[in-house]
Design a protein. Structure first.
Length: 330
């Protein structure tokens, strides 16, 4: 038995105009799968990468990596979920831009009653990303209260969560953003310092803030435009944790550069390795749910778009017009 669902698909890589609203057939879940009816859908920059072809994908492609809703059916072998459960997820394969879908159950977690569907859809991919960055992607010797960290795009969805979580951990977060308004937003959410990279040299300002020492770690989702100066912001043995390419991919470079700048470390991290197993996904989600329910981290939804307005949502995201998290509503 199958049912129709509205969904957003692309048939070739390209701009937002490739995003088309279609009707698709949704069947019954197989072994290890569930069928979910979405209440809200998260929008993320990885969706742009997949749409544009920066991350090539097979066609036709139904986009979306994050959502929240209710379990409608459960396939064999799924023991942690049952019909009627409120759930949220972030994870592969893409396909969350829809009313209903069948998907692997591994990355789907029960959503606490105290957390709304909209908040769940907004926070899973971004919150789990902040979790693995601040808790698992660490410089030599780890991070301790009082340590400086630099976080680019601090007024974005991941950034605003990281600002608050870093403050809760006692870290001194220096955020960058592209306007005075975004800098103010980052500071309102816990950044101790905020640098408007459109108006000043963020590297020079970081050195000033840290007394010339630099930071222990830079968390960089911007990519090409910030990479070189991010390295220059690091103290000796510091870590550059690259986790996105909002400005484009970083060109090839000689590893010797890392030696010349202070025996630096570089990693290209991704959430999907961290949530590859059921146990790791649940442990990270439990940590996220706890910090949100404690009030230490508030999930700011800056924009809401109807599913059929997804083209405009992508345009605004790419034009850096968004702050905090963005969701699609049904």
């Amino acid at each position: 038995m199958s049912t129709l669902s509205r969904a957003i698909q692309i048939r070739q890589h390209g701009g937002p105009e490739e995003l088309q609203l279609v009707n698709v057939q949704v069947g019954e879940p197989g072994h290890g799968e569930i069928r979910i009816r979405h209440h809200a859908i998260g929008l993320n920059f990885i969706d742009v990468y997949q749409r544009s072809g920066l991350y090539p994908m097979p066609m036709p492609l139904q986009l979306g990596m994050e959502a929240a809703g209710v379990v409608e059916a459960v396939g064999g072998g799924v023991t942690h979920l049952q019909v009627g459960d409120r759930v949220a997820y972030a994870g592969a394969p893409p396909g969350s831009y829809c009313e209903r879908r069948v998907m692997p159950a591994t990355c789907v977690c029960k959503l606490p009653d105290a957390i709304s569907f909209e908040t769940g859809a907004a926070m899973m991919l971004k919150g789990l990303t902040a979790q693995y960055l601040l808790k698992k992607t660490l410089p030599q010797g780890g991070l301790h209260a009082g340590d400086f960290v630099l976080f680019h795009a601090a007024a974005g969805g991941v950034g605003l969560i990281a600002c608050q979580w870093a403050r809760a951990l006692g870290l001194r977060l220096i955020g960058t953003a592209g306007s005075a308004e975004k800098c103010a937003l980052a500071q309102a959410h816990g950044a101790e310092f905020a640098i408007n990279y459109a108006a000043e040299d963020f590297c020079a300002r970081v050195k000033e803030i840290t007394g010339g020492k630099g930071v222990k770690v830079v968390y960089d989702s911007v990519g090409k435009d910030t990479f070189d100066k991010s390295l220059d912001c690091l103290a000796h043995f510091g870590l550059l944790a690259a986790f996105g390419n909002a400005s484009g991919a970083v060109p090839p470079f000689a590893p010797g550069i890392l030696a010349g700048k202070g025996s630096l470390y570089l990693t290209r991290a991704t959430l999907f390795h961290h949530i590859a197993t059921r146990d790791s996904t649940q442990a990270m989600a439990d940590d996220l749910f706890a910090v949100v329910q404690s009030g230490q981290v508030h999930i700011r939804i800056g924009q809401r778009y109807a599913l059929e307005d997804v083209q405009q949502a992508h345009r605004d995201l790419e034009a850096r017009k968004t702050t905090g998290c963005t969701i699609l509503t049904l």
